[in-house]
Design a protein around this ligand. Structure first.
Ligand code: NDP
Length: 334
């Protein structure tokens, strides 16, 4: 087997030597277990959180342990009734590894739908799609005619949020880090407007593109961008707090938000959530997203990096904004 192990806790950006690619024999299967071969490894901002020992929503990866990650895999061997070699599954919590042994009861067999790439099961029909769906629908509660603003808008979660907002009859405004991303948001994904925060004055652009204020802020980034949005929220606005990627690599304490008081002044509901809070309702989310995909109402992109050996370097794409859509590593052929 080839498997990435955590050697040191990164300080700031992940750097060479924080993880090590080791070779080990593949363990033998016990009854009830399956042997998985990873096809696509999902790279997610939370991987960086798991590498650190900050307070977090689940235990961090321990030094010396395999790096944790999800993905899509093919069954190579099965001692579990109901799964056969050749089946394609979602690994659930897995590892940055070529092979993985897991109880068959902990992996989900994926349907193979002609014309639908497997990567859809990491995007609209995967964790990031479910994050967008439940965060927006359950916490954001978008109403027709309202304005929804989403940050990291051209990423896996953000790109879904804006499109779901449009389907709900809202005005969707995205904030992203390049002209190419902004063009994709308006021309392909159907956002009403997109703001390049690296070039534009975000406050002035929000005033222009949100003439009726902001009713829902789906927050992925935090920091200055969030602070700018806070002063433009309408009374009784909702704020699904999904992520704070601008601070995941921080080495110093993170200041702000300076405009926190606006949550009080505008009667705002802010709720932090983790997608697994909704695990019992995933069938509902899959049904809705699947339907919209089939109807052509949802567009998605995948940013694929080849080779397990490139996983740590590829993770950096999330923090430098190189990815458009869902970032994944192709580990082996399906
Ligand atoms: P993305 O595909 O959105 O990739 C991350 C994007 O964040 C980058 O492409 C980059 O785009 C943007 N970004 C990175 N650093 C900064 C910065 N300093 N300031 C502004 N933008 C930045 O990743 P995901 O869709 O997987 O995740 C998006 C967010 O959702 C993250 O905060 C993540 O932690 C969170 N999340 C939360 C979940 C939950 O259960 N709560 C589940 C899944 C994700 P750009 O070019 O625009 O800068």
């Amino acid at each position: 087997n080839r498997i990435w192990k955590l050697r040191k806790r990164p300080v700031g950006d992940v750097s060479e030597g924080d993880l090590e690619l080791v070779e080990e024999p593949v363990p033998a299967l016990n009854d009830g277990e399956v042997l998985l071969r990873t096809v696509y490894l999902s790279l997610d901002p939370t991987n960086r959180i798991w590498m650190s020992d900050r307070d977090q929503y689940m235990p961090p990866v321990e030094i010396g342990d395999p790096m944790r990650g999800g993905g899509i895999a093919i069954i190579e061997e099965s001692r579990f009734d109901g799964l056969e070699p050749g089946d394609i599954v979602n690994t659930g919590l897995g590892q940055w590894a070529l092979y993985l042994v897991k109880p068959g009861s902990e992996v989900n067999k994926l349907p193979q739908i002609p014309g639908l790439p497997l990567t859809a099961f990491m995007g609209p029909l995967g964790m990031t799609g479910m994050t967008a769906y439940f965060g927006l629908m359950d916490i954001g509660k978008p109403q027709p005619g309202e304005t929804v603003v989403v940050s990291a808008a051209a990423g896996a979660v953000g790109s879904m949020v804006g499109q779901i907002a449009k389907i709900q009859g809202c005005r969707a405004v995205g904030i992203a880090g390049s002209d190419e991303k902004c063009k994709w948001l308006t021309d392909v994904a159907g956002f009403d407007a997109a703001i390049n925060y690296k070039k534009e004055d975000v406050g002035a652009a929000l005033d222009k593109h949100c003439p009726d204020g902001i009713d829902v802020n789906f927050e992925n980034v935090g920091g200055e961008i969030m602070d700018t949005i806070l002063t433009r929220l309408n009374d009784f606005a909702r704020m699904p707090l999904c992520g704070l990627i601008s601070s995941y690599n921080a080495t110093d304490p993170v200041p702000g938000p300076y405009n926190f008081s606006m949550l009080l002044m505008r009667h705002v509901t802010l709720k932090g959530f983790i997608v697994t809070d909704y695990i019992d309702r995933f069938p509902e989310g899959m049904q809705a997203m699947g339907q919209w995909l089939m109807e052509g109402k949802i567009k998605f992109e995948t940013d694929v990096v080849e080779g397990l050996e490139n996983a740590p370097a590829a993770l950096d794409r999330l923090f430098t904004g190189k990815n458009l859509g869902k970032l994944a590593v192709k580990v082996s052929e399906p």
